[in-house]
Design a protein around this ligand. Structure first.
Ligand SMILES: CC(=O)SCCNC(=O)CCNC(=O)[C@H](O)C(C)(C)COP(=O)(O)OP(=O)(O)OC[C@H]1O[C@@H](n2cnc3c(N)ncnc32)[C@H](O)[C@@H]1OP(=O)(O)O
Ligand SMILES: O=CC(=O)O
Ligand SMILES: [Mg+2]
Length: 690
């Protein structure tokens, strides 16, 4: 640790800041450290007080002996303790200098773990994706390729699907794209044709670009009547580089690795080399795309997704920076300072590309509980702007509406960041975990799979859009929907995720670039801004519905159902935790008991662990039954990972990963808000030998 203005800063972080982040930004090291120390001195005590307030409210809820189903009494109680706060008078947010991808367009939002440079580059480049590849390579088209090499029957289905899509998005004046044999296409709306690149055609619909690739020399184009070789879609308009729930970053080395990838993206020089299919490849950021417009002028279309960075929330502290009293600094404060300082490379044009064309820094702030915590973030960002010499409200905030106290006080929460807010987003995974934890003592919860159909979640999704519209987010900020957590189920996604733009949300999360390309088709099928006009008159769904606790009515589960619930949760927990603790992987595809690969991150872990803890607390299951489920599932997860040379078996229960999984359940009731990061960090630090 190195002394910096009274702070103790881990050498790798101090070196990284001074050698890589600050040069060129005009900020000198001494000023940076003095400013950082001053921010920490002012904000760390406030941060601690907010966490104490969380505990105080949770204790009051835990200790309440009233009936949560008596809506009036329950609401009165929540008001009396200050969990519910008065709503501000009607207002509209005033955020300025927001890029079009956020404010005025509608399209997919990709999330990617910051620690994986290869994936992060892929995500930034996922602004464009091949519709043919996305259809051919997934279950979006039923079946799988026959034989080795190209399967022409499957290919024909892909082409038919894509041309039917073109008929909807850019219809010809006469006939179908399937019958088009080339020449200049005559569109029903000629203004949709916006450019050419060689023989390729560029179209625009709902503000999104579509490139029809024409290439008679290409194996697909050769046999196509119009020589169409592919249909490229503008896909992930925005991407979140995630420093939070999809990564395992527990010490200074991990933090620097994540920050360094963010720096590489802001400077445009991030590169990753890897072997794929026996070949060594180096991946870098794509350039913008150039076309000739109808009037002969050059048309430049963005080639990369607009990037946000997700900081951690207010809970954790980091050993990378110690305060004057020797305690660890709040990690969220360090993230705000460092990720913003890194973004100076973009704002000052020091890199190869521009991220924000409007000069903004986009930070996603997760897991805030209500307006006071949002006001804290707002003041912190003011202070960071002052430290970095940035105009007020340069740093924008995306507010994850993923804790119950935020959902229940959403208007006041938005009000607290009204000049810098660029999104509200229903993070229903964390939100479900918080639903269980908040009412942990009220009784046993319904089964995990039933949560998505419960009243509170319908009210939560509705209110988020309705309140977002009422607060004037449209045109200034995104209203977003949550993650599709089944990365291999693209047919189901195509079926179900159309509902997201239908709600008036102008973005929704996808787990992969392929999912982004397929989900992009929904934004052609649905005119989000027209849907918003239709919804604007709706009354906001009642708070009482949001506050309906998903308690099980009776305990009518059969022993088989109980065992299935336990096994499913235990399998997800073990399959995720083993890679987190032993390998430092924060986001994994883990098979559930039906052998469906699910995206697991800390938020899905929070749900599973809290659900098991809840059933344990209320005697639906006994401790030996929990242990038996873990034993059964350890064997299953070991078998699933048999092909991974770095894998350390769970069976036997001696390893730290197994112990962490058990602790998440057996100590689950006592975890702050039911979060998993305190235990995950503690066990991972032991694994790393700290
Ligand atoms: C509740 C929440 O907070 S959700 C937010 C956090 N969740 C996320 O960030 C999800 C991110 N997604 C992922 O990490 C991955 O998609 C997983 C772990 C779910 C699945 O990973 P894998 O099984 O390795 O993916 P799969 O084998 O299907 O695909 C790998 C390819 O897709 C790419 N890919 C997959 N996911 C992503 C992504 N999110 N961003 C960019 N590229 C991706 C990889 O780069 C790789 O391509 P490459 O070989 O050319 O580099
Ligand atoms: O962060 C997203 C969530 O669903 O939680
Ligand atoms: Mg979350």
């Amino acid at each position: 640790m190195i002394d910096k203005a009274g702070l103790k800063v881990a050498a790798p972080l101090a070196d990284f800041i001074e050698a890589e982040v600050l040069p060129g930004t005009g900020i000198d090291a001494a000023g940076f450290w003095h400013g950082t120390a001053a921010i920490l001195a002012a904000f760390a005590p406030r941060n601690r007080a907010l966490l104490a307030r969380r505990d105080e409210l949770q204790a009051a809820i835990d200790g309440w002996d009233g009936d949560v189903t008596d809506t009036a009494a329950y609401e009165a109680f929540l008001r009396a303790i200050g969990y519910l706060v008065p709503e501000p008078a009607p207002f509209e947010v005033a955020t300025e200098n927001v890029d079009d991808e956020i404010a005025r367009l509608a399209g997919p939002q990709l999330v990617v773990p910051a620690l994986n440079a290869r994936f992060a580059l892929n995500a930034a480049n996922a602004r464009w994706g091949s519709l043919y590849d996305a259809l051919y390579g997934t279950d979006a088209i039923p079946g799988s390729p026959a034989g080795k090499g190209y399967d022409p029957d499957r290919g024909a289905k892909v082409i038919a699907w894509a041309k039917a899509f073109l008929d909807r998005a850019v219809p010809l004046a006469d006939g179908s794209w399937a019958d088009w044999t080339g020449g200049t296409p005559t569109l029903a709306d000629p203004s949709q044709l916006v450019g050419r690149n060689g023989d390729n055609w560029l179209f625009r619909h709902h503000g999104l670009h579509i490139e029809v690739v024409v290439d008679p020399a290409h194996p697909i184009g050769r046999s196509d009547p119009a020589h169409i070789a592919d249909v490229l879609l503008e896909s992930a308009l925005t991407t979140i580089i995630d420093l939070e729930d999809s990564i395992a970053a527990v010490d200074a080395d991990d933090k620097v690795a994540a920050y360094r990838n963010w720096l590489g993206l802001m400077r445009g020089d991030l590169a990753a080399s890897f072997t794929k299919g026996g070949e060594t490849m180096t991946r870098t950021l794509e350039d913008d795309r150039r076309y000739t417009a109808s009037d002969g002028s050059e048309l430049i279309v963005p080639g990369r997704s607009l990037l946000f960075v997700r900081n951690v929330g207010h809970l954790m502290t980091t050993p990378a920076v110690l305060l004057a009293d020797g305690s660890e600094a709040p990690e969220g404060i360090v993230d705000a300072i460092v990720t913003s300082a890194i973004a100076l490379h973009d704002l000052k044009g020091l890199g190869r590309f521009r991220n924000s064309r409007t000069g903004s820094i986009y930070i996603v702030k997760p897991k805030m509980h209500g307006p006071d915590e949002a006001a804290f973030t707002n003041d912190l960002f003011d202070a960071v702007e002052d430290l970095l010499g940035l105009p007020r409200h340069t740093i924008k905030v995306g507010v994850m509406d993923e804790e119950r106290r935020t959902s229940a006080n959403l208007v006041a929460t938005i009000h607290a960041v009204q000049d810098r807010i660029v999104f509200i987003n229903t993070g229903f995974l964390d939100r479900t975990g918080d639903e269980i934890h908040t009412s942990m003592r009220a009784g046993p919860m319904i089964r995990k799979g039933a949560m998505k159909a419960s009243d509170w979640i319908a009210a939560y999704e509705d209110r988020n859009v309705q309140i977002g519209l009422a607060c004037g987010l449209s045109g200034r900020a995104q209203i977003g929907k949550g993650m599709w957590a089944a990365p291999d189920r693209m047919a189901d996604m195509l079926d179900q995720k159309r509902s997201h733009p239908m709600t008036g949300a102008n973005t929704a999360w996808v787990p992969s670039p392929t999912a982004a390309t397929l989900h992009a088709t929904h934004y052609h099928d649905v005119d989000v801004f027209a849907r918003r006009a239709e919804r604007a008159a709706e009354p906001v769904a009642p708070l009482s519905k949001l506050l309906a606790v998903p308690l099980a009515k009776g305990r009518n589960w059969s022993p088989e159902e109980i065992r299935e619930e336990l096994d499913n949760n235990a399998q997800g927990i073990l399959g995720y935790v083993v890679r987190w603790i032993d390998q430092g992987v924060g986001c994994s595809k883990v098979l559930d008991i039906h052998d469906i690969g699910l995206m697991e991150d800390r938020a899905t872990l929070r749900i599973s662990a809290q659900h098991m803890a809840n059933w344990l607390l209320h005697g639906v299951v006994t401790p030996p039954e929990i242990d038996a489920a873990f034993t059964r599932m350890a064997a299953k997860v070991d078998a699933q990972n048999a092909g991974d040379p770095a894998y350390e078996p769970l069976s036997g229960g001696a390893g730290l990963a197994y112990q962490a999984a058990r602790a998440l359940v057996f100590e689950g009731v006592d975890q702050p808000s039911g979060y998993t990061e305190p235990l995950l960090h503690a066990y991972r630090l032991r694994k790393k030998g700290h």
